[in-house]
Ligand binder design. Structure first.
Ligand code: CMP
Length: 142
């Protein structure tokens, strides 16, 4: 089925100047960018986004990192978009990420792992709505 998923290009990847290289991987995989913007997350916005990790020991460092510089949030659309996007990203820990994946190529550590992607269609719906109004999403008509 055609799905939408949320992508975040994290502060480490923006700082490395590889936004275009990461977008290019989405496009090569036939995912369409149907919304996108650059933001510098506030502490409150980052904490709300990662609320499910609130009790995890890495939560404080995660919020600190995600607010350390600008991010690019995008909505990707395509057949099987949620799982396809996760495949392109590779494992959460770049050291375990398969060769040729975004995290293997652009990230070094589990804390600064270049990208985020929704882990299920249900979280995709929540995460897309967390960053985008319906009117900011532009489905392709050709
Ligand atoms: P992300 O997909 O953005 O979701 C939560 C983030 O927490 C994850 O990517 C990692 O960058 C970070 N993180 C740090 N330590 C861990 C861990 N032990 N398990 C999962 N995520 C972690």
């Amino acid at each position: 089925a055609v799905e939408r998923t949320l992508s975040i290009i994290k502060p480490d990847a923006v700082a490395k100047n590889v936004i275009g290289k990461i977008y290019s991987r989405f496009e090569k995989a036939d995912l369409k960018i149907v919304a996108g913007k650059m933001l510098h997350l506030s502490q409150e916005k980052a904490e709300g986004f990662y609320a499910e990790h609130k009790e995890r020991p890495f939560f404080g460092d995660l919020v600190k990192f995600m607010t350390s510089g600008p991010v690019v949030v995008s909505v990707l659309e395509g057949e099987n978009a949620v799982a396809l996007h996760r495949e392109l990203m590779g494992a959460t820990n770049p050291k375990e990420a398969a060769e040729g994946t975004i995290r293997a190529d652009f990230a070094e550590t589990i804390d600064e792992n270049a990208v985020h992607g929704s882990d299920s269609p249900a979280s995709a719906a929540r995460e897309v709505a967390y960053f985008f109004e319906d009117s900011e999403i532009c489905p392709r008509t050709r």
